[in-house]
Design a protein around this ligand. Structure first.
Ligand SMILES: Nc1ccn([C@@H]2O[C@H](COP(=O)(O)OP(=O)(O)OP(=O)(O)O)[C@@H](O)[C@H]2O)c(=O)n1
Ligand SMILES: C[C@](O)(CO)[C@H](O)COP(=O)(O)O
Length: 232
């Protein structure tokens, strides 16, 4: 039987680097909120069965959706860090989403996920026991800076990639890896980091560099441009 695939969206952040009153995942670009773009990209995929969204406890912006694209759209309360929100969502998944189900963890702040990238990620992650993430090779020269923003070194970049989302792993393995990192007091900034700590070697799937995470207002302007003009 083909393992089920569920999306997990951490959406409990406050957007402090963005500023403003409204958490950035509820800001609009090209006529839809960032979280709606992210949900539509995932739930419109024929192999994705449903989505679990981790929200802030006092989130007044969530429109209360319970389904989208004819699929279940569930919610839970996130945590203080992104990793806590992801773990809460994994724990809140329905009981029939078993340990071998593939979970696609995707930032609600990344509105520009394209179907071709999602397809390739699902194909690779379904075949690779250690899972897979979308990313792109670093294409700029990287500098190491001192406390005064003075260059102290140029870092070798040939083997470096930028990690994007979705990040795709088996539910059981990812839940255990995140619980282990938390128990050991290690703050992981993505799911792959937690898996790497267990000895896993997730695959990197090269994706479009415009799968940007909206972090600052300039990112929102770029997202607006991309979402309003690009086709698949
Ligand atoms: N405790 C947290 C922190 C972040 N996120 C989510 O993780 C994604 C990526 O995080 P980031 O871009 O850092 O969002 P914020 O934490 O809101 O931004 P900032 O760090 O500027 O406050 C976002 O969809 C955000 O909502 C979350 O679910 N729970
Ligand atoms: C998960 C992530 O988007 C991969 O690049 C990134 O680590 C999130 O970082 P943030 O500081 O929580 O936005």
């Amino acid at each position: 039987m083909t393992p089920r695939i569920w999306a997990v969206l951490p959406a409990a952040g406050r957007g402090t680097r963005f500023g403003g009153e409204v958490p950035k995942q509820y800001l609009e670009a090209a006529g839809k909120t960032l979280i709606a773009h992210a949900l539509d990209a995932l739930l419109s995929h024929p192999r994705v069965d449903g989505a679990m969204v981790a929200l802030a406890a006092d989130d007044l912006r969530w429109p209360g959706w319970t389904s989208r694209h004819g699929k279940p759209l569930l919610r839970c309360t996130g945590g203080g860090e992104r990793a806590d929100s992801v773990l809460a969502a994994l724990r809140a998944l329905p009981g029939d989403v078993d340990e071998d189900a593939l979970v696609l963890v995707h930032d609600a702040a990344r509105p520009n996920l394209r179907a071709a990238d999602l397809n390739r990620l699902i194909d690779v992650a379904s075949a690779h026991a250690d899972g897979a993430i979308l990313g792109a090779p670093v294409r700029d020269t990287l500098k190491r800076a001192d406390a005064d923003a003075r260059i102290v070194a140029t870092e070798p970049r040939s083997a470096l990639w930028r990690a994007f989302t979705p990040q795709a792993f088996r539910r059981g393995a990812l839940t255990s890896a995140l619980e282990r990192a938390r128990a050991e007091g290690v703050l992981v900034t993505d799911e792959a980091m937690a898996m790497e700590r267990t000895g896993a070697h997730p695959a990197l799937v090269e994706g479009r560099e415009d799968n940007l995470k909206v972090t600052t207002p300039a990112d929102l302007a770029l997202a607006e441009y991309l979402l309003a003009r690009l086709t698949e």
